[in-house]
Ligand binder design. Structure first.
Ligand SMILES: [Ca+2]
Ligand SMILES: [Ca+2]
Ligand SMILES: [Ca+2]
Length: 162
């Protein structure tokens, strides 16, 4: 398994679960900023629940639990493909093959459902990827870099490329 693909899938899944609809249409304003820049700030602020400017492992874990609860719309403690697909379809680019791929990455034991434990584990893996300097916190800068890479990959590859 190519780890960058894995992390991309996890990032997209997390984005979908963050339930922040990306602004549709062409990006605002001039400059090199990616059109998701504003969202990156918003997403980071949502992750940094105590507002101290960094995301800790505890915050990441708690956020994972909250996102999971949001994905599990029928409250049966697992997220099935349909629930996941619905979340992914909020991300215009994320549907279809990409959704299937992300789902299969999250469903570690391949039983057709994502459990909270599987989801948490994936989010902690993602945390480790984001924490580039391994100081056990993710800064806004680290997060922005991570999201930038995710966006670049989403834009440069058709979903079918996976
Ligand atoms: Ca924090
Ligand atoms: Ca469910
Ligand atoms: Ca760090």
């Amino acid at each position: 398994m190519n780890t960058s693909k894995l992390v991309l899938a996890l990032s997209i899944a997390a984005l979908a679960a963050a339930c922040a609809p990306l602004p549709p249409g062409p990006g605002p304003g001039p400059g090199p900023a990616p059109r998701a820049a504003g969202n990156v700030d918003q997403l980071f602020e949502r992750m940094d629940t105590d507002n101290n400017g960094v995301v800790t492992r505890d915050e990441q874990r708690r956020n994972a639990a909250q996102r999971f609860a949001r994905l599990d719309t029928d409250n049966n403690r697992v997220v099935g493909p349909r629930e996941f697909d619905r979340a992914m379809s909020r991300l215009r680019r994320g549907g279809g093959d990409m959704s299937d791929f992300a789902f299969s990455q999250l469903d570690a034991d391949n039983n057709g459902f994502i459990t909270l434990i599987e989801y948490e584990r994936s989010q902690m893996t993602r945390f480790e990827r984001m924490d580039r300097n391994n100081d056990q916190v993710v800064t806004r800068y680290e997060f922005a870099q991570h999201m930038q890479q995710t966006m670049d990959r989403m834009q440069n590859r058709a979903p079918g490329a996976y």
